[in-house]
Design a protein around this ligand. Structure first.
Ligand code: MN
Length: 425
């Protein structure tokens, strides 16, 4: 199935700005509420949201084998479960419909009124009903930094880290779309000299700069996915802010790992950018030494060059960019993560979400969390308004961005935004 939608020379008849995250080569998938309060599956070109349910009803997908109500749903799970052939046929067809020179929809004002929305007319929803959410820990720089800060700089990486894509099972119920506020969590923290644990609003709320991939049905219980097939089961990616309360985390995480310090909220960007759209941005990951076990061996170009940025915006103030990183720094690729996830026979389903873990680069300005950027509070960051941050304050908004760019083609994710509200009284 050719990826005709990726042709960088294609132009659309819709008016788009040159540096948009959503050129006609992107064609991401999402779910939104229309101005008439109808929920639908859609895509986006430039600053237009496009109702795929309406396009389907009007016959624009004729010749593609799709069930009648495939896009008239409140999640992409069924569409994703249809598999890669369907994703490609639909993406290629959307590209054709909006291609410069194709007059079918362009010159049909009645249809345009039904199908096209401006972004301020719609409200983005969660794109998938996330059945299971797993968070990996796949950036070597991040694992080394956290190991140094929480344990011992001499033995920062635990012995298993270079052999296993480490992960834990997270909580899917608190995954929220960009723009949803986040309530500062309340919990326990390490006891002081009196031996009594602290209790109250977290003092150390942090972001984690991550990407997450969304899967289709990959395997039956008891079977595993081979490394050569793994990418076939990855539908696409979103930006992912895995909000973390470091004081709650530090007290609770031994022996079983993260729990309430992580599960209060995780924010995602609402458009799923397909792995197909990211095809031009493949690159090699870091050298893996020691060589992983054979079931995790793969060839070149399994990482993706996606520029990542984090900004903090205090209330009524300007935003300050605090970190610039890149998805290509991941030590363990998505293919290795998914393969490892299923090697024991655990079944992965359509709509499951796999977080990468915090994506930290090699330099101090490329760390993906305040824990690392402020080195556990030892080196506070100065914002443009002159105030200092060790972690995230009440009413701060954290803004994440991600895009790939090469030879004049830019494929982006839009923003992943969340504002921290004061804890409940
Ligand atoms: Mn995380």
């Amino acid at each position: 199935m050719p990826l005709t939608a990726n042709d960088p020379s294609k132009k659309t008849w819709l008016e788009t700005s040159t540096n948009t995250d959503f050129p006609i080569q992107n064609i991401p998938f999402g779910v939104f509420l229309t101005r008439d309060d109808i929920i639908t599956i859609g895509t986006r070109i430039g600053d237009f949201a496009i109702d795929l349910g309406a396009l389907h009803q009007l016959g624009y997908f004729n010749g593609i084998d799709l069930t009648d109500d495939l896009f008239m749903q409140d999640s992409l799970n069924d569409f994703i479960a249809d598999g890669r052939k369907t994703w490609r046929l639909v993406r290629n067809r959307v590209s054709d419909i909006f291609l410069e020179g194709n007059s079918n929809l362009r010159d049909n004002q009645e249809h345009r009124n039904i199908v096209l929305f401006t972004m301020d007319e719609i409200e983005m929803q969660l794109p998938v009903d996330v059945g299971d959410y797993t968070d990996f820990y796949a950036s070597k720089e991040h694992a080394t930094n956290v190991g140094s800060l929480f344990r011992d700089p001499e033995n920062a990486l635990l012995p298993n880290w270079l052999h296993i894509p480490i992960g834990y099972h997270g909580r899917s119920s608190s995954i929220i779309p960009s723009g949803t506020p986040v309530r500062r969590p309340i919990g326990q923290s390490k006891p002081g000299d009196d031996g009594v644990p602290g209790f109250g609003p977290s003092k150390l709320v942090d972001f984690e700069l991550e990407m997450a991939f969304i899967t289709t049905d990959a395997n039956h219980l008891g079977q595993s996915v081979s490394i050569d097939e793994a990418e076939d089961y990855i539908f696409g990616l979103v930006l992912f802010n895995d909000w973390s309360a470091r004081d709650i985390q530090a007290w609770e995480y031994v022996p079983l790992g993260p729990f309430l310090g992580k599960s209060f909220a995780s924010t995602i960007s609402p458009w799923i950018v397909t792995l197909d759209a990211l095809e031009p941005f493949r690159t090699n990951g870091p050298l893996q030494d020691p060589e992983p076990l054979p079931y995790l061996h793969h060839g070149d170009n399994k990482n993706f060059d996606i520029k990542l940025q984090v900004g903090i915006q205090p209330e009524n103030e300007e935003e300050t960019v605090v970190a610039n990183s890149n998805f290509k720094y991941m030590y363990w690729s998505m293919a290795q993560q998914l393969t490892h996830h299923t090697v024991n026979g655990c079944n992965v389903r359509s709509g499951d979400m796999m977080g990468s873990g915090t994506i930290s680069g090699p330099t101090k300005d490329s760390y993906g969390s305040m824990l690392e950027l402020s080195w556990k509070g030892q080196n506070p960051i100065t914002l443009k308004d002159g105030t200092l941050r060790k972690f995230i304050n009440d009413n701060d908004t954290v803004i994440m961005r991600a895009y790939s760019e090469k030879d004049g083609l830019r494929i982006g994710f839009g923003n992943c935004v969340g504002k921290v509200l004061p804890a409940n009284k």
